[in-house]
Design a protein around this ligand. Structure first.
Ligand code: 2AM
Length: 171
């Protein structure tokens, strides 16, 4: 299974991000992320075998994720694949620390794909042909979090779909 660890937005923020996505798509084109798929990836694990899924599930279900609040105040893009995202203007220390601590545990569990850089972002559009972040409206949203999700990604009818396999306890 192709797995990743993510934060899932609370419902009100998900709706707001959905509105922004709709607005951005009208302007930039491309494929929008469905509201129910919006997330922040903290660790991408790639293909994991059955024993790995079991070990990750047990670990996530016992994980203590310190509560925090991520400020979303910037638009950004990965221009070549045409990805438009929202994220923070400055690196969020709590998220950077959380990502590092997750990778510390993951490496102990035998997962070794720690990326060389971490750009916390929420993808809103993919393959957007008219990608530009200039002129998009200012944003300033808050994302309170305290739980982590172990998620599986798969393709269905040429679309990426996500399924939650496990969640850390509420903090
Ligand atoms: P994206 O939103 O920037 O595409 C499931 O695919 C999640 O894992 C998405 O959030 C995706 O980021 C991220 N992802 C997919 N492939 C990845 C890779 N090779 N390295 C890091 N993150 C990846």
């Amino acid at each position: 299974m192709r797995l990743f660890l993510a934060l899932v937005p609370p419902p009100a923020l998900r709706r707001r991000l959905g509105e922004l996505t709709e607005w951005a798509q009208a302007r930039c084109g491309g494929r929008r992320m469905p509201d129910e798929s919006l997330h922040l990836t903290l660790a991408f694990l790639g293909e994991v075998d059955e024993a790995g899924v079991e070990a990750l599930t047990t670990w996530v279900e016992g994980l203590n994720v310190p509560a925090g609040e991520w400020r979303l105040d910037a638009w950004g893009c990965f221009c070549h694949p045409g990805i438009l995202w929202v994220g923070g203007r400055t690196p969020d220390t709590a998220l950077v620390n959380l990502q590092a601590s997750l990778w510390h545990d993951l490496e102990t569990l035998g997962f070794g794909r720690r990326p060389s850089r971490f750009v916390p972002h929420v993808t809103l559009l993919r393959r957007a042909p008219r990608l530009e972040t200039q002129g998009l409206p200012p944003i300033d949203l808050s994302w309170p979090y305290g739980r982590l999700a172990l998620m599986r990604s798969f393709t269905e009818s040429d679309r990426a779909r996500y399924e939650t396999l496990a969640r850390s306890p509420t903090t």
